[in-house]
Design a protein around this ligand. Structure first.
Ligand SMILES: Cc1cc2nc3c(=O)[nH]c(=O)nc-3n(C[C@H](O)[C@H](O)[C@H](O)COP(=O)(O)OP(=O)(O)OC[C@H]3O[C@@H](n4cnc5c(N)ncnc54)[C@H](O)[C@@H]3O)c2cc1C
Length: 199
């Protein structure tokens, strides 16, 4: 029974929602009244500015495709589980890269090195070339998943898409980790407050 013991032995009238056990009166918990949801007191710009204070690494998520591979800059990468080994990235649901990732059902997360801010900008730009053209000047090889693995990173993770969860305007893509490798870069590229740093 959900409720609480009110500490008294029953005397007099017992309310209809009370239960008597060994002379003690238990009363059902009142139905919780939800607090009214407050309207957000911030602008989209303020939200971005505060969220941007969380320093992250930077990755380029790559995936194979029928018209050639594609890639996008992502900092929502997280190591989700060790056993089983799972990793996740979040992509705007209505974006080319989310569509490509769903179609490919596999992807690689290339963790950028300190000297790779240019790659970060390239794969974040909306007018970047697509397919093989996008990688024409980017040294890479093709991994076990068919996704490009960029040279000079601090490491990469190759995943098979395990599940996807649309949340708000983004989708969480969870991948089962198939292969990992440490890279040759000395340290990571760090993104904080809209600027790039090295460690
Ligand atoms: C450091 C860093 C980290 C990033 N991390 C992430 C991340 O974790 N996840 C993520 O999804 N993106 C992230 N981005 C942004 C992403 O790299 C770029 O938006 C990239 O251009 C997306 O490519 P696309 O092919 O998926 O998008 P496209 O579908 O080609 O869209 C390209 C651009 O058009 C604009 N656009 C198109 N439609 C809309 C719309 N409906 N509403 C708003 N804007 C629209 C956006 O500016 C978008 O970037 C990051 C960028 C940087 C610099």
């Amino acid at each position: 029974m959900t409720g609480w013991f009110d500490g008294t032995a029953s005397v007099g009238t017992v309310p209809p929602d009370a239960t008597m056990i060994l002379g003690h009166r238990f009363v059902a918990a009142p139905t919780a009244q939800p607090d009214p949801v407050p309207a957000p007191g911030f602008t989209s710009r303020q939200l971005r500015d505060v969220m941007g204070q969380f320093a992250t690494g930077v990755t380029v998520v790559t995936m194979p495709g029928e018209d050639g591979p594609s890639a996008v800059t992502v900092n929502s990468f997280t190591s989700l589980s060790l056993d089983p080994a799972l990793a996740m990235v979040c992509l705007r649901t209505r974006s080319r890269s989310a569509t490509d990732l769903r179609a490919a059902a596999r992807f690689a997360v290339n963790i950028l090195g300190a000297g790779q801010a240019e790659l970060c900008r390239l794969f974040a730009s909306s007018d970047r070339p697509s397919g093989h053209q996008a990688f024409a000047r980017v040294p890479h090889r093709i991994g076990r998943t068919g996704a490009p693995l960029l040279d000079g990173t601090v490491g990469h993770v190759e995943c098979l898409l395990e599940s996807q969860v649309p949340v708000g305007d983004h989708t969480i893509f969870v991948g089962a980790v198939l292969a990992i490798e440490a890279g040759s870069a000395d340290g990571p590229l760090v993104f904080h407050g809209g600027k790039y740093f090295t460690t």
